[in-house]
Design a protein around this ligand. Structure first.
Ligand code: WTA
Length: 663
C-alpha cells in the first residue's frame, strides 16, 4: 500500500470509534442473536445450563447453583463427569482422525507433530496408566514443570482422566518458584523435561527442576522426564526419575477408564501472584470450569470443530489452560501449540505458521501485538493471512493504536477483535464483546458477557457514573469461578470478597467479588479496564507481585531495603523498577546491580528481571512510615512528581528522580 494511502487509512481508523463486525462473520457466528443478553439475565442462573449442555455428564446435576454458603458457591451439584473424556473420548466417533493438536517446534528443520484425537486419546491413556502404576491416586496433586511440548497437555489430560489435579508451573519460573509451589500443594509427583529450544538455543531445564526438587520439604515419590532435546543434551537421571517415553512404551495400548468426578471436584490448581509474597493456589473445579471454558470458547472465540484455532499463550498460564487445552478440546476442534518465540528464526514466524496451517482464529496478548507493530507490517504482509476469521487479545489493556494495527494488518479489516478481560481466578472470559453480536470499540473490552454481572463501583460499592473511574466488581457468581485458595478459605474470603461484601451475611446478594482492577464504563455499558489497583504488576501480560520481587531483592546480601513499582514500557506494558537501599559497607554499582538481578531471576524467573535498579539512600515515606509508591511510579515514568507534602523526607524524591534520569 502506498504510504499516503496508509496515512489516510490510519486517520480514518483513528476517527472511527466503533467497528462493526462484518456481515460475513455475523452470518456464520455461533452466537449472533442479541436477545441472549436479555434471556440470560431473566433466566439466571438456569441460563448456565446452556454451558453445562455443551458437556457430556455421567450423572446429571440436580442443582445449577448452590448459593447457600456464600462465597463458597457450588455449581452443577450432584453432577458427575470427566474432563479428559469430554476433551477426547466423546469426539472419537466423529473426529477420531482429525487433528486435536498441531504442534510446531521452534527449530524449523524439525518435523512438526500432529496428534489426531485417536492418537491423543491413546497417549493420554498410556500415560494415565503409567501414573496409576506409579501410585498416583485420585486427588493427589501432580506438578508439571514443562514448556510448550505436547507432553504437557497429554500429562494434564492423563491427570484429569484419573482424577488427580494438576498444578502446572510455568517453565520460565525459577527452581525456587517450583519448590514453593510443590511445597504448598504437598505434591509428590513431578512431570518435567530435559530442556527446550528458545531462539535457536537448546535450554537445559532439567537442572533447574532438580534444583527445585532440592527445595521440596516432603518426599517426592516420582519424577517423570520427557526427553525433548535428544542428543543436544545428555541429561542426568536420579534414582526415582523415569523416562517418559519408556513409561508410555511400557503401557502401550493400555486403556484407563475415566474416573467419574463430582462436578465440584478439583480439576487443577494454578498458582498466581497476589499482594503478599506468597503465591495463591487458585482452585478450579471439573464441572463449572469446563462448562465455562467450553461455553466461552464457543460463544466468544467462535470455535467450530472444523476450525484450526491458534492461541499463542503458554500453557503454563491460565490462558493456555483454558484456551489452548480445555476449551478448544472440549469442543473437538484443532488446537495449535507453538514451542518458540514469535521472532525465531525471523519476525514473521507466527504469520508463517498461520499461513501454513490456515488458522481460523488467533488469540494473543497486547504485548505481542506491540512487538509486532515495532517489527513492522512487512512481516505479516509477506504472508497470506486470509484464513483468519477472528482475532483476540487478553492479559492487559490494549491501546487503540495497537488494536487498530492488529485489526488492519493481521485481520485485513475483516476480522472482529475480541478484547477479553478475565483472570486466573475467573477461569475464563468475563468481559468482552460477543463478536457476532456487538460492535467493537478499540481500547474497551466491551460489555460483560451475558449472565455475567459486572459493575464499576466507587469505594462505597455504589455504581459510578459513566466515564468515571472506579473498581471493577462481579456481583453474582459464575460457573468458572475459583472455589477457594488451596487449603486457605480464609485468605480466599479476605483477598476477593472482604472489600465489598458483608462477610457476616448468608445472603448471596451481600457478596461481591473484587478482582482488584480499576475500570470505567461508558454510556453503552462498555468497560475499559484500567489495570490493577493492588501491588501486582502486569509485565508482558504476566502477573507479578511487587512483594515477591521485593523479598527476592532484600534476600540479596548487602541490600537493606527495596521498593518495586511498575514503570511504563512500550512493549512490555509495564516494566519492573527497583529502588534499593544498600547496607553500610556495600558499594552501589554494577556488581551489586548484577547480584540483585540474579537474585530476582533465582527467586522468580527472568520474567521478573528489573528493567532498572536505582540505588538511593532513602525511600520516600509518609510520616507513618509507608512507602509512597505513587511517587516512585512517577519517577519511573519521568512524570511530573505528585504531591510530596505528606512525606517525611520530601527532598529524597527529586534526588531519586535525578538518578533515574542518569540511568
Ligand atoms: C489483566 C490472564 C485489561 C487484569 C487471563 C487482570 C486485562 C489480570 C485484560 C489477570 C484485558 C487481563 N484488559 N486488563 N482484556 N485481561 N487483564 O490472572 O489486570 O494472569 O486482573 O489472567 O490481567 O491476569 P491473569
Amino acid at each position: 500500500m502506498p504510504e499516503e494511502q496508509d496515512v489516510e487509512l490510519e486517520a480514518r481508523l483513528a476517527d472511527q470509534e466503533r467497528f462493526v463486525p462484518s456481515e460475513s462473520f455475523v452470518s456464520q457466528a455461533n452466537v449472533s442473536d442479541d436477545s441472549v443478553y436479555e434471556t440470560f439475565e431473566e433466566e439466571w442462573p438456569e441460563c448456565w445450563e446452556q454451558a453445562a449442555d455443551l458437556l457430556d455428564w455421567n450423572e446429571e446435576y440436580d442443582t445449577v447453583l448452590d448459593d447457600s454458603n456464600p462465597p463458597f458457591y457450588e455449581w452443577f451439584t450432584g453432577g458427575e463427569l470427566n474432563a479428559s473424556a469430554n476433551c477426547l473420548d466423546r469426539h472419537l466417533d466423529e473426529r477420531g482422525d482429525e487433528a486435536a493438536i498441531e504442534w510446531v517446534g521452534e527449530p524449523t528443520d524439525e518435523e512438526n507433530r500432529t496428534y489426531t484425537y485417536e492418537e491423543l486419546h491413546r497417549e493420554v491413556n498410556e500415560f494415565a496408566a503409567a501414573l496409576k502404576e506409579m501410585g498416583v491416586g485420585e486427588d493427589d496433586v501432580v506438578t508439571m514443570y514443562m514448556p510448550m511440548i505436547p507432553e504437557l497437555p497429554i500429562a494434564m489430560l492423563a491427570c484429569a482422566r484419573i482424577g488427580a489435579p494438576h498444578s502446572v508451573v510455568f517453565a520460565g519460573f525459577s527452581a525456587d518458584a517450583l519448590a514453593t509451589r510443590m511445597n504448598s500443594a504437598d505434591s509428590e509427583y513431578l512431570v518435567t523435561c530435559d530442556g527446550y529450544y528458545r531462539r535457536g538455543d537448546a535450554l537445559e531445564h532439567k537442572a533447574k527442576a532438580d534444583e527445585g526438587l532440592g527445595g521440596v520439604e516432603h518426599e517426592v515419590s516420582d519424577v517423570v522426564v520427557v526427553d525433548r532435546l535428544g542428543d543436544d543434551y545428555d541429561h542426568p537421571m536420579g534414582e526415582n526419575h523415569r523416562d517418559y517415553d519408556d513409561l508410555v512404551a511400557d503401557h502401550a495400548g493400555a486403556e484407563v477408564e475415566p474416573v467419574s468426578r463430582d462436578a465440584e471436584d478439583m480439576l487443577f490448581l494454578m498458582y498466581t501472584s497476589g499482594t503478599t509474597g506468597q503465591p495463591k493456589g487458585v482452585k478450579h473445579t471439573t464441572g463449572g470450569y469446563l462448562a465455562w471454558t467450553a461455553w466461552t470458547s464457543q460463544a466468544v472465540l467462535d470455535i467450530k470443530p472444523e476450525d484450526t484455532y491458534f492461541c499463542s499463550a503458554d500453557i503454563g498460564w491460565i490462558t493456555g489452560h483454558s484456551y489452548i487445552v480445555y476449551g478448544p478440546l472440549s469442543l473437538g476442534t484443532t488446537t495449535m501449540m507453538y514451542e518458540g518465540t514469535p521472532d525465531h528464526p525471523e519476525q514473521d514466524r507466527l504469520w508463517e505458521i498461520i499461513e501454513e496451517y490456515e488458522a481460523d482464529q488467533l488469540y494473543t496478548a497486547p504485548t505481542a501485538i506491540r512487538a509486532f507493530m515495532k517489527w513492522g507490517s512487512e512481516y505479516p504482509d509477506k504472508h497470506d493471512l486470509s484464513s483468519l476469521r477472528l482475532l483476540g487479545t487478553v492479559g492487559e489493556p490494549i491501546n487503540p493504536r495497537a488494536w487498530k494495527w492488529y485489526y488492519k494488518h493481521i485481520g485485513g479489516e475483516d476480522c472482529p477483535i475480541i478484547d477479553t478481560w478475565w483472570q486466573t481466578e475467573t477461569g475464563g472470559m468475563m468481559v468482552t464483546t460477543l463478536p457476532g453480536v456487538k460492535d467493537m470499540k478499540p481500547g474497551s473490552a466491551g460489555p460483560p458477557l451475558p449472565g455475567v454481572d459486572v459493575q464499576v463501583v466507587d469505594t462505597d460499592g455504589e455504581q459510578v457514573e459513566p466515564g468515571r473511574a472506579g473498581h471493577l466488581t462481579v456481583q453474582k457468581p459464575w460457573p468458572g469461578m475459583l472455589r477457594t485458595l488451596y487449603q486457605n478459605d480464609e485468605r480466599y474470603v479476605e483477598e476477593y470478597w472482604a472489600e465489598y461484601s458483608d462477610t457476616d451475611s448468608d445472603d448471596p446478594d451481600d457478596w461481591v467479588y473484587f478482582p482488584e482492577d480499576g475500570a470505567k464504563i461508558d454510556e453503552d455499558g462498555y468497560i475499559t479496564v484500567l489495570g490493577r489497583v493492588d501491588d501486582v504488576l502486569n509485565v508482558s501480560g504476566h502477573r507479578l507481585g511487587t512483594m515477591e520481587i521485593e523479598s527476592a531483592i532484600v534476600g540479596v546480601e548487602g541490600v537493606a531495603e527495596a521498593a518495586v513499582v511498575g514503570g511504563n514500557h512500550d512493549v512490555k506494558g509495564e516494566a519492573v523498577y527497583a529502588y534499593v537501599i544498600t547496607e553500610d559497607g556495600y558499594e552501589e554499582g554494577d556488581e551489586m546491580r548484577d547480584r540483585i538481578v540474579e537474585g530476582v531471576e533465582d527467586a522468580i524467573g527472568p520474567i521478573a528481571r528489573p528493567e532498572a535498579v536505582v540505588f538511593t539512600p532513602e525511600l520516600p515515606k509518609t510520616r507513618s512510615g509507608k512507602i509512597m509508591r505513587r511517587l516512585l511510579e512517577d519517577v519511573a515514568n519521568g512524570e511530573e512528581l505528585g504531591n510530596t507534602s505528606t512525606l517525611r523526607n520530601p527532598e529524597i524524591v527529586s534526588e531519586i528522580a535525578s538518578k533515574v534520569g542518569d540511568d
